[in-house]
Design a protein around this ligand. Structure first.
Ligand code: FAD
Length: 322
């Protein structure tokens, strides 16, 4: 069976990124899923077991002295070494900041093509095809490359999980050229400011737009998100007006999300916003303008005032979960 490599992103505190589940699920569809990890120390048993539980049949641990101090380069060296050893049919990475950079650099190293922001991957006539959502989510495009494709996958786009496996470990030592890598001098952990799910990869997202009129009113979006256990998103107009931080912007120049549920409140649904949310599985829109373009992509729409409807929604959800 063809080997399919997955770059498993591991946090500084030893947590496997949520993206690993979907990536390993896709890899198991295409062949034999192998997780590649760049690490300074040998991986702890529980981390290997975790990757196995997500479907990795093998864990390729590439150790380097600079794994904690160089930016992205250790992951690229790990993948390049794994490609040379295992001759995989494809490499899958998250469409995260690090994943995108690693994909591009690996492609240069291996002379491969990169397929970005895939929302699905399949095999057809022996070729690996990546599907992407383009032009504001209005078209689905299938892409392929000659040789070994390197594919970045949109976080949250893949629902399934691979069957659990008992992962075998392959160990390798790699060298990172510190002169060519961006180096980390020190870490400054950002204090935990929110217990809400992270927007990228969240299963539920509640987003607000300019329709809220002020930062104070936008608190209603956050309240509904909290009642649902959802992440908070915003349109660019809401971000530009200072209602919500830039990190919450959904769309072409913000974050692309593929949650199970996306609730758009007081958002018109400009093409640049839809580009970042149209692949959500279920879209609910509330807008007082019946002709707002957001209703073109909504599965459920309510024409009405957010200030009337959202408080009722919050009350109903809270009373049901009480
Ligand atoms: C290059 C470029 C990149 C861009 N990137 C992005 C991006 O990444 N993300 C993004 O979102 N936008 C982006 N934009 C901006 C985009 O074109 C829109 O301007 C923006 O999405 C509009 O935000 P909005 O829907 O909140 O505001 P508006 O378009 O002003 O819509 C507000 C909506 O709220 C409704 N409303 C008002 N009051 C109420 C109420 N009381 N109850 C219910 N409904 C109400 C109105 O009917 C209206 O539909 C980009 C634009 C450009 C040119």
């Amino acid at each position: 069976m063809a080997h399919i490599l997955v770059l498993a992103e591991i946090s500084r505190h030893g947590h496997v990124a949520d993206s690993a589940r979907g990536l390993l699920a896709l890899a198991s569809r295409l062949g034999d899923p192998i997780a590649v990890v760049a690490t300074r120390e040998p991986l702890a048993d529980d981390l290997i077991a975790r990757l196995g539980s997500l479907g990795a049949t093998q864990v390729y641990q590439a150790q380097s002295e600079q794994a904690d101090t160089a930016l992205v380069a250790p992951q690229v060296e790990a993948l390049a070494a794994a490609v040379a050893t295992l001759n995989p049919a494809a490499v899958l990475l998250s469409h995260s900041f690090d994943g995108r950079e690693a994909a591009a650099r690996l492609a240069v190293r291996t002379g491969s093509g990169v397929l970005v922001d895939a929302i699905d991957v399949r095999t057809e006539d022996g070729r690996i095809i990546a599907s992407g959502s383009v032009y504001g989510g209005n078209y689905l495009v299938d892409s392929t490359t000659t040789g070994m494709p390197i594919i970045t996958v949109r976080p949250g786009a893949i629902d399934e999980s691979a069957p659990a496996a008992s992962a075998q470990v392959i160990s390798e030592t790699v060298t990172v050229d510190a002169a060519k890598a961006g180096m980390i001098d020190s870490y400054n952990d950002a204090p935990e400011v929110s217990v809400r799910p992270e927007l990228l990869g969240a299963k539920k997202v509640v987003s607000g737009g300019r329709g809220f009129g002020s930062k104070e009113n936008f608190a209603m979006v956050e309240e509904l998100a909290d009642a649902l256990g959802a992440a908070v998103g915003a349109s660019r107009a809401a971000v530009d007006a200072g209602y919500s931080p830039q990190t919450t912007q959904v769309g072409q120049t913000g974050v692309s999300v593929s949650p199970d549920l996306y609730i758009a409140l007081g958002i018109s649904g400009a093409i640049q916003h839809r580009a970042g949310m149209q692949t959500a599985k279920t879209i609910v829109a509330i807008n007082k303008d019946a002709d707002a373009p957001i209703f073109d992509v909504a599965d459920f729409g309510i024409v009405g005032d957010v200030f009337t409807i959202v408080p009722q929604l919050i009350e109903t959800i809270k009373s049901r979960s009480a």
